[in-house]
Design a protein around this ligand. Structure first.
Ligand code: ADP
Ligand code: MG
Length: 162
């Protein structure tokens, strides 16, 4: 599924629409270059989950937790040197009870539960344009794809293979 956004606010709106569908146990990997909009997307997801506090980049804290309809963990693994450090954060013990958003590269996917969603953000055209692609991995997500497609449709979302 793919959407083109034309501003940070539009990316937040798309993300909020996705966030409204999320539930405890969901893991979402946010992939993209520095400045692509991963934290911006996380802000929207948190809003869609009813978080009212401002969501900022957890670059220094590595994990930041917010209270919403369900707890939200926002993780930025940018500063981690090794995948082992991701395990050391102890995220595994809390997956079931919260929505976990993990920023940064695809490389961390193998340290995450095999069933997760991947949101990819890429520059597209003008400075404020981004291509937002949502892929899902595993049956947990497969049965929710129609709902996600419906949520993205108002933003011109298009279906895709993944
Ligand atoms: P990352 O976490 O991927 O490093 P950020 O979300 O922190 O990226 O930063 C993205 C920057 O790009 C912000 O300054 C944001 O305002 C800007 N921006 C401009 N257009 C968009 C867009 N369409 N979607 C997301 N961010 C955008
Ligand atoms: Mg960021």
């Amino acid at each position: 599924m793919m959407v083109r956004t034309r501003s940070a606010d539009e990316t937040r709106a798309v993300a909020a629409a996705l966030g409204a569908l999320l539930e405890a146990g969901d893991v979402v990997l946010l992939v993209g270059d520095l400045g692509a909009g991963k934290t911006t997307f996380a802000q929207g997801v948190a809003r869609g989950l009813g978080v009212r506090e401002p969501v900022t980049s957890p670059t220094f804290t590595i994990v930041q937790e917010y209270r919403g309809r369900v707890p939200v963990a926002h993780v930025d693994v940018y500063r981690l040197d090794r995948l082992q450090e991701l395990h050391d954060l102890g995220l595994d013990e809390h997956y079931d009870e919260r929505v976990t958003l993990v920023e940064w590269g695809e490389a961390v996917a193998r340290a995450l539960p095999p069933e997760h969603a991947v949101v990819r953000l890429e520059a597209a055209g003008g400075d404020d344009e981004r291509l937002v692609t949502v892929e899902t991995r595993g049956t947990r997500w497969r049965r929710r794809r129609a709902a996600i497609e419906d949520a993205l449709a108002p933003f011109g979302g298009r279906g895709g293979e993944n």
